[in-house]
Design a binder for this molecule. Structure first.
Ligand code: IMP
Ligand code: MG
Length: 372
């Protein structure tokens, strides 16, 4: 998921669509469980922010119910200091009804106060309040909130109905206000032997980026016989991928070591979808993101040839044996190539023809880097 920009502000992914669904479902189940068996409540959504929440909530509510929407409008009274609030849209007779308010977010509680004031005179049987989000640190009222989906810290959020200056309501996930991203982070992608290492070395100079090759970091650790090295070696010698958790932790440590960098070229990482998700989350916490995956595309037979050639001089045990090389392609094709789809879905995949001279490929890559 990417950082989004709404007018002058940047927002980083915060709560996924799936997480929201779970929260909404849980709320609907709780509300249902607390109602008398045959009670038909009337849900009243407070517009505009609640429209998506209300739509999902009532579909998770397992029972008969009515639904209505209101808008809280303020108009200036005759005296200049008078600010009168009015609910627009309530036409139903609410006498002796169970009214359940659906709010997207309760912040200071000022809006909630107005709602309580207005419903107080409507002779309802009971009034309950359900809010998807709640900011406990800024809530200033002594008013009951019966159901809270999720309490969050006092940071501005958008998405799933919530807006910033009218924008952002259409995003299916929730995003949190962040600072403008400072880094250019690129995943350099391609099968073994595609020339990632060579190109990364050239591009890091040109764009003043830090190159992190997970393979190199592992080999460094193996050479120095660190704990991580011993662990990684057992997998790499067989042409297998090192387990995700080991790799992710190592990568995070490398990024932290270079906290002030202009950005990173990730080479050999992420290699699985779960690594890609972990990387997105890790960067999002820093208000940064992957700007793009740039992939070198080279036919497999040409690659085997190149790797065997490299194996003669590189001393890499995984480069000398054709069956081990084929095993790496197998790993690549079954697990890693899924990443192409992952970044494509984000609109973040850029394929480059990796056949040609080193210089010409650097030129093609630079054209893409410039746009990211
Ligand atoms: P309250 O009256 O201070 O509780 O604020 C409630 C209203 O403020 C909500 O209905 C939203 O319209 C708006 N609001 C408060 N916090 C946020 C936020 O983080 N994102 C978007 N709107 C918010
Ligand atoms: Mg609202």
């Amino acid at each position: 998921m990417k950082i989004i920009k709404l007018q002058d502000l940047y927002f980083t992914p915060f709560i996924s669509k799936d997480k929201i669904s779970k929260i909404v479902k849980h709320l609907a189940e709780q509300v249902k469980a607390d109602l008398p068996k045959d009670e038909v409540p009337i849900f009243v959504g407070i517009l505009n922010g609640c429209f998506l929440f209300a739509a999902d909530f009532i579909r998770e509510f397992n029972g008969n119910c009515e639904v209505s929407f209101v808008k809280l409008a303020s108009y200036q009274g005759t005296s200049s200091s008078e600010n009168v609030k009015q609910l627009l849209g309530i036409n139903e007779d609410l006498t002796d009804r169970t009214v359940i308010i659906l709010e997207d977010i309760i912040d200071t509680g000022t809006t909630l106060q107005e709602i309580y004031n207005i419903f107080r005179n409507k002779n309802v049987k009971q009034l309950k309040v359900v809010t998807l989000f709640f900011k406990p640190d800024v809530f200033r009222k002594e008013l009951p909130i019966d159901y809270i989906g999720k309490s969050i810290e006092d940071k501005f959020i958008v998405g799933y109905g919530l807006d910033y200056n009218g924008l952002g309501r259409n995003y299916p996930a929730i995003y949190q206000l962040t600072t403008k991203p400072k880094m250019k982070n690129i995943v350099l992608f391609g099968p073994p032997g595609a020339g990632k290492g060579t190109q990364a070395t050239l591009l890091k100079e040109k764009y003043n980026l830090v190159h992190i090759s997970t393979g190199d970091v592992f080999r460094f650790n193996i050479k120095n016989e660190t704990e991580l090295g011993k662990l990684a070696k057992s997998f790499m010698d067989e042409g297998d991928l090192v387990p995700d958790e080991v790799t992710i932790n190592m990568l995070k440590a490398e990024v932290e070591k270079n906290a002030t960098a202009n950005g990173f070229i990730f080479d050999g990482f992420p290699r699985t979808e779960s690594q890609a998700i972990a990387l997105d989350e890790f960067l999002a916490e820093k208000g940064e993101q992957i700007n793009g995956m740039v992939a070198l595309e080279v036919p497999e037979d040409l690659l085997v040839e190149r790797l065997l050639e490299r194996g003669k001089t590189s001393g890499r045990t995984d480069d000398t044996d054709e069956s081990k090389i084929r095993n790496r392609f197998n790993e690549y094709n079954t697990k890693t190539a899924i990443l192409k789809e992952f970044y494509q879905a984000q609109g973040n995949y850029f394929g480059i023809n990796g056949v040609g001279s080193v210089e010409s490929i650097t030129v093609s890559l630079s054209k893409v880097f410039d746009t990211l």
